[in-house]
Write a protein that binds this ligand. Structure first.
Ligand code: FES
Length: 108
């Protein structure tokens, strides 16, 4: 028998509350999750903690499917949470989707 893991989703606001190429933070227990909005209105969710020295990724600039950390300019993939280029590290990534304008964050 196959067991299909069900994903629980939590509504965390409207995409219109997030600036394009910016982010908005939500608390998930002790953790802060940054919800990013791309220029073409896709959403991504990463822990708001750069894998370099824990900089606030939510204050970075979103571009080309990545966010640039405001502290030392590491570039982090919004899709995977992985540092790009020569830098190594990964931040936790969360499932996120839109239902109309409502942003739904996957809880697991
Ligand atoms: S803390 Fe993000 S690049 Fe250094």
């Amino acid at each position: 028998m196959n067991v299909i893991a069900m994903q629980d989703w939590a509504a965390v606001g409207s995409i219109t509350d997030i600036p394009r190429q910016g982010a908005r933070c939500v608390k998930m227990g002790e953790m802060t999750v940054a919800i990013f909005r791309t220029a073409d209105d896709h959403v991504h969710a990463l822990e708001d903690k750069c894998p370099h020295r824990s900089g606030p990724l939510s204050q970075g600039i979103v571009h080309d499917g990545c966010v640039t950390c405001p502290l030392h300019n590491w570039v982090i993939s919004l899709e995977t949470g992985e540092a790009q280029g020569a830098d190594e590290g990964r931040v936790r990534q969360f499932p996120v989707k839109l239902e109309g304008d409502t942003v739904l964050l996957g809880l697991r």
